[in-house]
Design a protein around this ligand. Structure first.
Ligand SMILES: *Cc1c(COP(=O)(O)O)cnc(C)c1O
Length: 222
């Protein structure tokens, strides 16, 4: 099934949109099926699970961290992670910078913006984000590359609500990119869209979708 699901999703996605296969709660065998079908970008949302899978799976996989990251766990993923999607505070950015310096590497990060109605979702508000960008503090973090923004829409059947949230995130992305082309030269990724809403996200300007259940089936939380 995984191979069939992937070929259908690939048909839906334009060339310029990257697919992150969200493999959280799925087994090594299931990941290997997607790998064999040609996928190389996988996303996980728990630090321990990511670190354990990274050890067991082929070295050419690009691992993305997509969950809520706690500062005290940054050190476990910084040595190998390729992109951290959900950076939602300055404190976390500073910790990633510190650990990246220790590991002698630069870590790609996306700043998470809170666009949904649910209070339980994470992220900077639009005002907070604009202020952080304006403050110039991002330029001082020499071991971080700010690659763009990430957002999660409200969990709802109301597609117009979802579309409006993605559209506002895209406007914010364009605005930051335009106004900071010198200080944020790598600001190119807009990570939005999951199994149930990626078509809308792509229509609204997503460049990276994070898809789990539509590839691997429902997750069984243990
Ligand atoms: C789990 C998760 C996804 C994938 O969700 P699906 O609905 O299974 O596609 C995408 N993004 C984040 C941040 C997630 O935690």
């Amino acid at each position: 099934m995984i191979t069939e699901n992937l070929s259908q999703i690939r048909q839906d996605l334009p060339e310029h949109v990257k697919l992150v296969c969200v493999s959280k709660f799925h087994s090594i065998n299931e990941i290997m099926e997607a790998y064999t079908a040609g996928e190389r970008i996988f996303g996980e949302s728990k630090v321990q699970e990511l670190a354990s899978k990274q050890e067991q799976l082929p070295a050419d996989i690009e691992w993305h961290f997509i969950g809520h990251l706690q500062s005290n766990k940054v050190k476990y993923i910084v040595p190998f992670v390729l992109l951290i999607h959900g950076v939602d505070s300055l404190k976390l950015l500073q910790e990633i910078d510190k650990q990246a310096q220790k590991a002698s590497r630069k870590v790609n990060c996306l700043l998470q913006v809170h666009i949904a109605l649910e209070e339980t979702k994470f992220g900077f508000s639009e005002e907070e984000l604009l202020q952080v960008v304006k403050s110039g503090v991002l330029g001082e973090l020499k071991h971080i590359i700010i690659c763009g923004l990430m957002g999660m829409a409200t969990f709802t059947d109301n597609t117009e609500q979802v579309r409006a949230e993605f559209s506002s995130l895209k406007s914010l992305f364009d605005r930051i990119k335009e106004q900071n082309s010198e200080t944020l030269p790598d600001f190119n990724i807009l990570s939005m869209g999951m199994s149930d809403d990626y078509s809308i996200a792509v229509e609204e300007g997503s460049t990276m979708v994070r898809i789990g259940s539509k590839i691997f089936g429902q997750r069984v939380y243990t």
